[in-house]
Design a binder for this molecule. Sequence first.
Ligand SMILES: [Zn+2]
Length: 322
Amino acid sequence: MHVVNSRQKVFLASLAVALLLLLAAGYLASPDAAGGDGRLRVVATFYPLYYFSEEIGGDRARVEPLIPFNSEPHSWEPRPADIVNADRARLFIYNGADLEPWVEDLLGSLQNRHRMTVVEAVKGLPIVEEEGDNHGGEHGHGLNPHVWIDPVLAAMQVDNILGGFVRADPANAAYYASNANDLKARLDALDAEYREALANRTRDTIVTTHEGFDYLAGRYNFTAESVLGLSPDEQPGAAKIAELVDVVLEHDLPVVFGEPVYSDRYMETIAGEVTRRSGREVRVLVLDGIHGRSGPHSGMDYFEIQRQNIENLAIGLGAEGA
Ligand SMILES: [Zn+2]
């Protein structure tokens, strides 16, 4: 699941060859790490890290995402053009905790790796190893990478990212630090909004599509049950669906949560089965794991998506009117 298998190793080796061919062809004749306009060139693997980096870098950095915002990052793999883009960065930021299992191979294939600052954004964070049973076998466990959804852990990621900016571009350290402080203050306020909105909740359980909300649930003291595992690349069994139908019935849940980059069909199946057995309607609302910026949330930024999550979570946890 999160482990680089032999098929991926062959794939990455072929990427390295493709990169050498591009180099030979002169495609990378001027690896301009400064961006040509004096701005620090930054590559961040996926949307939340891109957003944090943009906020910190302001007008003194040019930040690009590696993974397109409408892609599912757990199953994404780099193509040769992505390696060429990454090679232009002076600062490279990835999440870690197995979100990007290809990252070591990608970095190893870069021509400019020696003058690049690399940030693992989960470094020093309390990463949880899940012992999930969703797949009933060898793929049922792994490191949980989804820290960015928890505003408190996200602020720790901001500190790590700031460290990278300061190492890569010390002349602008004070500017980056000031921007990072503003961003952390906004994350602090977001944390307060979550606490306030969920303070009067009447339920303690939600049902989601994939196992992406355990840090958020731990932070605000509820339980998230999911139909898919950490990396939603496998089909759930009928037993798992039945188990979640029982969870919805037992906790009298008014809502099950879909996610923008994943199909709603499992949630619709669960909701339909609950209705069939109880006569009660169950809504499918969105709880966005912010793996990108897609579907109904494609025009929203990290904080706007979080505020929509708070609104929907309050409904799911029976905290309306809080
Ligand atoms: Zn995920």
